[in-house]
Design a protein around this ligand. Structure first.
Ligand SMILES: *Cc1c(COP(=O)(O)O)cnc(C)c1O
Length: 420
């Protein structure tokens, strides 16, 4: 393995996706931004789209905007995201946050399986998901409980351990496909098949997968899914999330948040609730239109690049990072906290160091690198192949090496900030 910077430059020169970086706003070309798994960069088309939406749609068209595209936008943009996750256009809709969407689909699934009492999840799941699963089980009561599959190494979930947890008592298997801390990637098709063999529904959180790994929800026969749009889809801070309900389940499940946007005829203003046919019933209230319109630009770029090409580059880049880690950082006491096998890894790599938080601070404050930190000791490097170069990866490793070699991190406080 060549560890020199020229090699990274030659990899970039041969990269068929390199031109996509120009489609993003890069305010500081020297900044190595490796946090696209937390907040993706701003697509230039989105900057223009939002300016026009404010000025021409809200400003000039006012309430007429609802009849000129806003009302349809959750379905229209959902249909585009559907192409990234292997779903039909009428199986994905954009609305609310990931947390709220997870709640809606989880409660809908539990109420659909009243004879089964168990929700299976794992301890690598995102805490918000675990809190919501816990809250739904407590709210619905009736002897329901959570069965938490524990990771043996803090990095991945053993397929046998998961299989052993899924039996005839299970109503829903609710998992995040790509683990937020380690990047461990569940085998979506295999776990879906496992859940179905036991007669359970499966609910996937695709937040760290959408826009990073190819997903085939329909091919796998998956039932339900949610996912974030402000990570690899580059939708902007707090942009609304998507939800997926398999076509065959849409008429059977009910949305527990029975708001007027999910009503069959919201503008009849009937006193009684009647669910819309199809996926629209999973809307609740008025969507955040400006944020929603901001989702489209990033999705268009991913569709143009092709998710297979994005994944291929992502694997080459995470492999490159792992190889550089082994040569240059492992000797300095940095560990690999992500799966070694790229087939079991999403698009971020976690490196461990006992002083991880202070190292992260030093990278951000004085080295021009933005990763992020997840307790207890993980420094996460998120790679977004549409705008991250091989030189970005090389620079991140080199600057991390310098922080440690020059002990630059030691002047920072080890007290955690409010937001990481
Ligand atoms: C980012 C993320 C979320 C975020 O949920 P919000 O409702 O947008 O705050 C939820 N689940 C997972 C797995 C995530 O990675």
């Amino acid at each position: 393995m060549r560890t020199d910077r020229d090699h990274a430059l030659s990899l970039d020169a041969a990269d068929p996706l390199a031109r996509f970086r120009e489609a993003f706003v890069v305010a500081d070309p020297g900044l190595v931004y490796l946090d696209g798994n937390s907040l993706g960069r701003l697509p230039a088309a989105t900057e223009r789209r939002l300016a026009a939406a404010v000025r021409e749609e809200w400003g000039a068209r006012l309430v007429r905007g609802w009849g000129e595209g806003w009302y349809e936008a959750p379905r229209r943009i959902g249909a585009k995201i559907a192409r990234l996750v292997g779903a039909s256009p009428d199986e994905v809709i954009v609305s609310d946050s990931t947390s709220v969407n997870l709640w809606k689909l989880l409660v809908a699934a539990l109420l659909d399986r009243p004879d089964r009492r168990v929700v299976v999840t794992d301890d690598l799941n995102f805490p918000s998901d675990l809190y919501l699963i816990d809250g739904a089980v407590r709210l619905l009561g009736g002897g329901r409980s959570v069965r938490l599959v524990r990771s043996r190494d803090g990095i991945g979930i053993d397929a046998g351990d998961l299989a052993a947890a899924v039996d005839g008592d299970v109503a829903v298997v609710a998992l995040t496909q790509t683990a937020f801390r380690s990047g461990f990637l569940h085998d979506l098709a295999a776990v879906t098949a496992l859940a179905h063999e036991a007669g359970a529904l499966v609910l996937w959180d695709l937040s760290h997968s959408a826009g990073a790994v190819p997903i085939d929800l329909d091919g796998a026969g998956a039932d339900l899914a949610v996912g974030c749009t402000y990570k690899y889809l580059n939708g902007g801070p707090g942009s609304p999330a998507f939800l997926f309900v398999r076509r065959g389940l849409q008429e059977r499940l009910g949305n527990p948040l029975t708001g007027w946007f999910g009503h069959d005829r919201p503008f009849d203003f009937d006193l009684a609730y009647a669910p819309a046919p199809g996926l629209r019933r999973f809307l609740a209230g008025t969507p955040p239109v400006l944020s929603l319109l901001g989702v489209e630009g990033g999705v268009d770029l991913l569709l143009e690049a092709g998710i297979e090409a994005v994944r291929e580059k992502s694997v080459r880049q995470t492999e490159y990072l792992v190889a550089l880690w082994e040569e240059r950082l492992a000797p300095l006491g940095v560990s690999l906290k992500s799966p070694r096998d790229p087939a079991r890894r999403g698009s971020h790599v976690s490196l461990g160091h006992p002083d991880g938080l202070r190292v992260d601070r030093a990278l951000i404050e004085e080295m021009g690198v933005i990763p992020d930190f997840r307790a207890p000791d993980n420094i996460r490097f998120g790679i977004a192949p549409l705008y991250n170069s091989f030189v970005d990866v090389w620079e991140a490793v080199d600057r991390l090496r310098r922080v440690l070699a020059e002990r630059r991190h030691e002047k920072y406080s080890a007290a955690p900030p409010a937001v990481t």
